[in-house]
Design a protein around this ligand. Structure first.
Ligand SMILES: Cc1cc2nc3c(=O)[nH]c(=O)nc-3n(C[C@H](O)[C@H](O)[C@H](O)COP(=O)(O)OP(=O)(O)OC[C@H]3O[C@@H](n4cnc5c(N)ncnc54)[C@H](O)[C@@H]3O)c2cc1C
Length: 406
């Protein structure tokens, strides 16, 4: 069935053979259920799984062969995702590398950078993070104050990032820093690859409401960035950043699109005797419709990215839709399960599912650009509403009031 075009289409022999290969491999290698205790070392477990996936020729399906990928088209990626949806694959720690840093290096990196960094990224041997946000620059990330100054053999980086997901276990990151404060804020920024183990990189985890510490503050104290680790051109980092941010929205927006969003609710209404409750049925139906829309949006987005066509504001539509689903779903989970949703015992699989959903869904409204910002983009670029005033857009950065700069 070719769901993208809403038509029934037999899979080609190659596609069917690929599906069989994926199905067999996952059956023999993928974890079947989430371990309620969690793995002893989740990073090691994820790296081990990704290395086996790579060695089996099933990683980086749509990435070029010369950089470790398989050079296949999106039909194969879709087949893999359909088969993998049944398994809790431990691959979320690779999302930033595969979904944001890799595509940015593919588009803006040098041949040497692609050859050096992409294969170990795909095999999971080297983990990547993305360092854009700062205490004074989140939604308005072009207002960033971290500073890179040219020296003889590269650059010297000083400053601070915040909310850096995974920095504490990552090996490399993409970082953007101001290289020319005399230019307007979008035009004096440069992107670099940074070795997270380099001297002067200080990482401090931030504790979240869930009890976990998935993101960090990262400080740079005279960090030496080799000249070869510049991504794109000097002072042109905003263009590379747009690639990262667009891919981030596509990646976040289309994550989980293959999961069945209503299965736990259907089971719950049966258990609770609510099958005839119209209001609950309506909420479940809304979730189902939204998830289907997101799935098709995700397919369209991935297809346009692969074809080298900018998905434009569609990425923002998908990101907004994904976080709306996350919120509606956690609210319904709590309404159906009441106190059971927020007080749980340590025994049993998935016991804390709704408590975790309630505590983490607000983050989905913020990560990758807040829902307000997504609505601004949709308002301006889809609905044609007047643009937000940007009074500081053409002013030299050093003259504007931003962050700690007065
Ligand atoms: C789970 C999670 C993971 C993250 N991971 C990373 C990461 O790996 N790397 C990274 O660089 N960053 C990361 N971030 C940071 C994220 O990108 C920022 O938090 C986000 O861009 C918002 O910036 P801010 O927190 O500074 O909020 P602000 O920009 O200060 O916004 C505060 C409030 O004002 C609203 N607002 C701001 N400007 C406007 C406007 N123009 N119009 C309307 N409303 C507006 C916002 O919607 C928000 O409600 C992560 C965040 C989360 C929650």
């Amino acid at each position: 069935m070719d769901e993208q075009h809403g038509t029934t289409r037999e899979e080609s022999g190659d596609e069917a053979a690929f599906r069989d290969r994926v199905r067999d491999w996952l059956r023999d290698n993928a974890p079947r259920a989430r371990d309620p205790e969690g793995p002893a070392d989740p990073v090691a477990e994820a790296k081990d799984f990704q290395a086996r996936l790579f060695d089996a020729g099933l990683a980086g399906l749509t990435w070029p062969r010369e950089y470790g990928g398989q050079g296949l088209d999106n039909r194969y990626r879709r087949i893999f995702e359909e088969e993998a949806a049944a398994y809790p694959l431990p691959t979320s720690i690779f999302l930033i590398g595969f979904g944001m840093c890799g595509p940015t290096i593919l588009e803006h990196g040098t041949e040497e950078q692609k050859k050096r960094y992409l294969p170990p990224m795909l095999r999971g041997d080297e983990l990547w993070c993305q360092m854009f946000s700062e205490p004074g620059a989140g939604s308005d990330v072009a207002g960033l104050q971290s500073r890179a100054v040219a020296i003889d053999d590269g650059w010297l980086l000083n400053g601070q990032k915040v909310w850096t997901s995974g920095a504490h276990y990552c090996d490399f990151g993409l970082v953007i820093a101001r290289t020319d404060p005399d230019k307007p804020k979008h035009r004096g920024i440069t992107m670099f690859i940074i070795d997270m183990h380099a001297d002067g990189v200080v990482i401090r985890p931030l504790r979240q409401i869930t009890g976990e510490a998935n993101f960090n503050e990262v400080f740079f104290e005279d960090v030496h960035l080799p000249a070869d680790d510049l991504v794109g051109a000097v002072d042109d980092g905003w263009r590379a950043s747009i690639t990262t941010l667009m891919n981030e929205r596509v990646s976040i927006g289309s994550a989980g699109g293959d999961r069945d969003p209503i299965e736990p609710f259907v089971a719950a209404v049966h258990d609770l005797g609510l099958t005839d409750d119209g209001a609950t049925r309506e909420r479940i139906a809304e979730l189902y419709v939204r998830q289907r829309v997101l799935r098709y949006l995700g397919m369209r987005l991935k297809e346009s990215l692969r074809a080298g066509v900018s998905p434009g504001p569609l990425g923002s539509v998908a990101k907004l839709q994904g976080s709306t689903i996350s919120q509606l779903s956690s609210a319904l989970g709590v309404d159906l399960h009441g106190l059971d949703a927020v007080s749980w015992s340590a025994q049993g699989d998935d016991e804390d599912r709704w408590a975790q959903a309630v505590l983490s869904s607000p983050g989905s409204v913020i990560a990758g650009g807040t829902s307000d910002i997504m609505r601004n983009i949709i308002g301006e670029r889809v609905l044609g509403l007047p643009k937000e005033p940007q009074v500081d857009r053409d002013v030299p950065f050093r003259e504007i009031t931003v962050g700690t700069q007065r």
